[in-house]
Design a protein around this ligand. Structure first.
Ligand code: GUN
Length: 288
């Protein structure tokens, strides 16, 4: 069994990007909009700011209170769409209930949508056209590339059909770069355990802590764990620990490769956002 070290791969890719950025006269500029004070969102945005600093990007976080109106938020998005200094921006999700996430996503100029959430980018990705690809699935693709994991003709089972992970992941793996045969499973899938047990590559992205047990994994499978659930713990200093969607201790010995939680997919997600921002600054997807 080989552990897929997302932290190390992320560090290597960030180093490569930093070298590219060092040679750029105009540094890429990423803006993040953060509404309210959700703990997880604060943490994610903090990680993004740090990654920008490490790579040499410019970055700003625009903070708004929970009670900002949808209209005012859409106004901010318009302003960022029109600001030629801003290469890309993200609106951290989730948003308060009175704001439509879909409206917000569709208000972002696809050319600045470095999260890859806009329907134009999702559609272009599915058609195999240049696009900003959603960060988590793109990060997983980078891990498969980095470890040169054979994928062609292999059966990949993706569990979870979210718009930002499961669906794009299934599409990317079925495309010509990876050539997997893909099964996309969800909460209504029958015989889920058996379907998972047939996977050469299993991507667990359903958001249920330790759902995937050893009996659901084929010997020699590649297991990619996208889950991050925070649970209380009396063994850590801060009083909580992170669990993946995979019961790591019993599944790991059966695998050829497995991603840990933390330190697997998580660090790669940030790197992919950085990569999209660099592509935006270079005009690599939509031109300048
Ligand atoms: N909330 C959780 N993950 C993400 C992400 O990748 N982008 C944004 N904008 N919000 C998120």
């Amino acid at each position: 069994m080989e552990l897929i070290d997302g932290k190390a791969v992320a560090a290597a890719l960030k180093q490569r990007m930093a070298e590219r950025v060092a040679a750029m006269e105009r540094k890429p500029y990423l803006v993040a909009i953060l509404v309210g004070h959700d703990g997880a969102s604060e943490t994610y945005v903090g990680h993004k700011e740090r990654a920008c600093r490490e790579i040499g990007f410019r970055s700003t976080v625009l903070r708004f209170e929970e009670d900002i109106t949808e209209e005012a938020l859409l106004g901010e998005i318009e302003r960022l769409n029109a600001d030629p200094e801003v290469d890309g921006f993200i609106v951290q999700m989730p948003l308060p209930k009175h704001i439509s996430e879909q409206k917000v996503i569709e208000a972002i100029d696809p050319r600045k949508d470095v999260d890859g959430f806009h329907p134009v980018n999702v559609g272009r990705m599915i058609l195999g056209l240049p696009a900003y690809v959603s960060a988590t699935p793109e990060g997983i693709c980078e891990l498969l590339r980095y470890y040169k994991i054979p994928t062609a003709g292999r059966h990949c089972v993706v569990v979870g059909r979210s718009n930002i992970v499961g669906r794009p992941m299934a599409n990317l793996l079925s495309d010509k770069e990876f050539n997997c045969t893909v099964t996309l499973c969800h909460s209504r899938t029958e015989n889920l355990r058996e379907v998972c047990a047939g996977a050469d590559i299993l991507v667990a992205a359903l958001g249920k802590a330790e759902f995937v047990t050893a009996d659901m994994v084929k010997p020699g499978a590649v297991v990619i764990d996208v889950g991050i659930t925070r649970v209380p713990s009396d063994k850590t200093k801060n009083g909580w620990k992170l669990l993946g969607d995979v019961k790591f201790d019993e599944v790991a010995p059966k695998c050829s490769y497995i991603t840990p939680v933390p330190g697997g997919v998580g660090p790669m997600t940030i790197v992919s956002l950085m990569k999209n921002t660099l592509l935006a600054a270079e005009g690599a997807i939509y031109g300048k």
